[in-house]
Design a protein around this ligand. Structure first.
Ligand code: FE2
Length: 379
């Protein structure tokens, strides 16, 4: 299925044309709570959506939980829905993907969340991001938590949003911390995509485009937001989303999930904590611990290309530059500053940080000892 994309200031207005061409009556709208209004989306959409019967679902916590998805499915099924629109950040778009696709399955939602294959297509999905980070609008998968454990659900064709509206004006109101956290998520995704064992020429092209855009604009978007840097960040995040749609993410994302679910650190921030260290770790790959079939030399070449994209010479300088960037955007870089202090805390991260779908994409095998060392260095 092809995705149709509208990009630029005012692009959200094109939604009217798309809806005029369709024959939907009932629309299921998934959105953030406060952000739906504060982003300006409500004002833009209220007229466009006025002719339709809208069921809005918005009362759920970030990082989609299965119980919230099930609540959403109950609300969804009260009407015969024709179309789903998601307006919000990555959690909102993931939630819309989950409700839409799981409502269409004959079985229990939990079974699909833990790995059963999706058997039928849901309604067409339209994604309108109001953050610049997750890139969920560009991917065919969604994250869901059952208890503290993260699962990823995907379908190559049926979960990718059919239409995407990337209107930078909707990101103007993003608070500083969310701009930083979602923006660094996009950078992590681009870097991890670049070294992923599942990377392709196409995914690397997207990541190569995303990295300089994010690097040149993230600090300013956080500390001195302007229409221009908001616009470029939205584009950079979308390109990073397109990159991971092909390659998936790797060790930083894998380790981040328990940091988010047990310690409440927001997703992008949690990913960023190990990013610099993981650059260094992956740069020391050998044939003995290389997971990429293309070999250790290929992985080292990727690392040296990443150094060039960051205008650095060595992985140590790359690590330093990433550390500086995270500081500049006001995020803590130390676990102790995030109340992750005790040895049991590290045990919890190690016990739950090896997400099999993600660590296997890391170019160098991450052992328990290596992860413990990384956690120690960022304490
Ligand atoms: Fe992410």
């Amino acid at each position: 299925m092809n995705q149709h994309e509208y990009f630029g200031f005012g692009s959200i207005k094109n939604l009217k044309t798309i809806l005029d061409e369709g024959n939907q009556r009932n629309i299921f709208l998934v959105s953030g709570g406060k952000s739906y209004k504060s982003s300006g989306a409500e004002q833009e959409l209220s007229k466009i959506l006025a002719p339709y019967t809208i069921t809005r679902f918005y009362n759920f916590s970030p990082n989609p939980k299965l119980e919230d998805v099930e609540k959403g499915i109950d609300v969804f099924k009260r009407e015969e829905q024709d179309l789903v629109i998601a307006v919000g950040g990555g959690s909102v778009i993931d939630m819309a993907k989950l409700i839409n696709s799981l409502s269409a399955q004959p079985g229990n939602p939990e079974d699909y969340a833990i790995g059963k294959k999706i058997e039928s297509m849901g309604n067409p999905l339209i994604a309108i991001p109001t953050t610049s980070g997750a890139g969920s609008e560009a991917t065919h998968f969604a994250v869901v938590y059952i208890g503290k454990t993260k699962y990823s659900l995907g379908h190559q064709e049926w979960m990718l949003p059919r239409y995407v509206f990337l209107d930078p004006a909707l990101t103007f109101d993003l608070p500083k911390y969310i701009t930083a956290s979602t923006g660094i998520d996009a950078l992590c995704q681009a870097i991890e995509s670049y070294w992923s064992t599942q990377s392709t020429g196409e995914s690397k092209k997207y990541a190569r485009q995303a990295i300089p855009l994010i690097l040149a604009n993230l600090t300013a978007a956080v500390n001195a937001p302007s229409p221009k840097n908001r616009e470029v960040m939205l584009l950079g995040a979308n390109l990073a989303g397109k990159a991971i749609n092909i390659s998936k993410t790797t060790a930083c994302h894998s380790v981040s999930y328990p940091i988010t679910s047990y310690f409440g650190v927001s997703h992008g921030h949690a990913c960023a904590l190990t990013l610099g260290e993981m650059c260094l770790f992956n740069s020391k790959v050998t044939e003995n611990d290389c997971l990429d079939k293309r070999g250790a030399k290929y992985v080292q070449q990727n690392l040296s290309e990443l150094c060039s994209l960051f205008q650095t010479q060595t992985p140590e300088q790359l690590q330093h530059k990433i550390h500086q960037l995270i500081n500049q955007i006001g995020l803590n870089t130390k676990l102790t500053d995030l109340n992750i202090t005790a040895p049991e805390h590290h045990d919890l991260i190690v016990a739950n940080g090896f997400n099999p779908e993600r660590v296997k994409n890391n170019p160098r095998e991450l052992t328990e000892i290596a992860l413990r060392n990384i956690l120690k260095r960022i304490s």
